[in-house]
Design a protein around this ligand. Structure first.
Ligand code: ZN
Length: 194
């Protein structure tokens, strides 16, 4: 009698199991989700990130807040070294903070990139401290001092010598297309359109 009851229980449980076809579908969709979640940022992956950049005083220098995520091709030198290093191996949904030294960011301040130029170089243009000008070589210089005859300009990147504090969230990671790898940049949303 006892044996009969046990069998009956087992039988009842079996009837609640989905058939094999259903199980394989469930597993397949779970695996797809899992693969999507664990796809890591490595060379030739495209990642979409949201970020906020602050200086050491907490002032926001730049943020993707309110904009589309920044999409880039990893390992192609499209981002500063410290950022690429920090993003390596991260996956969709990861949120983290990155502190980047100037040497892996926009470089140290190079005093040799500051120079005095004659006032005449600016012609009739109004000049003020802090104004930015583009040189004929395409470099951007900032006026740091205005003298009687000469004007001091600084060609260092505005973020040279600045420690960068990034708050980052990985929105998406996908494989780059062959075209993107050949071109060395992202196509489509957030990238080049051509
Ligand atoms: Zn292209």
């Amino acid at each position: 009698m006892m044996i009969f009851i046990t069998f009956a229980l087992i039988f009842r449980r079996l009837t609640f199991l989905p058939d094999m076809h259903e199980i394989s579908l469930i597993q397949a969709s779970f695996l797809t989700t899992l693969i999507h979640l664990i796809m890591q940022i490595t060379k030739d992956k495209v990642a979409g990130i949201h970020y906020t950049l602050r200086d050491n005083e907490g002032t926001i220098i730049d943020t993707s807040d309110g904009r589309d995520p920044l999409y880039y091709l990893h390992g192609a030198g499209n981002l500063i070294i410290g950022m690429e290093e920090g993003l390596e191996g991260k996956a969709q949904g990861d949120k983290f903070e990155l502190k980047i030294a100037p040497s892996k960011g926009y470089g140290e301040i190079d005093p040799a990139m500051t120079q005095k130029v004659p006032r005449s170089a600016f012609g009739d243009q109004e000049v003020k401290k802090g104004m930015k000008f583009s040189t004929d070589k395409g470099d951007v210089v900032t006026i740091t001092e205005i003298g009687l005859d000469s004007i001091t300009v600084d060609a260092n990147h505005p973020l040279a010598g600045v420690e960068l504090n990034f708050a980052v969230e990985i929105i998406e990671v996908r494989n780059a297309t062959d075209d993107e790898i050949t071109h060395g940049h992202v196509h489509g949303p957030g990238g080049h359109h051509h």
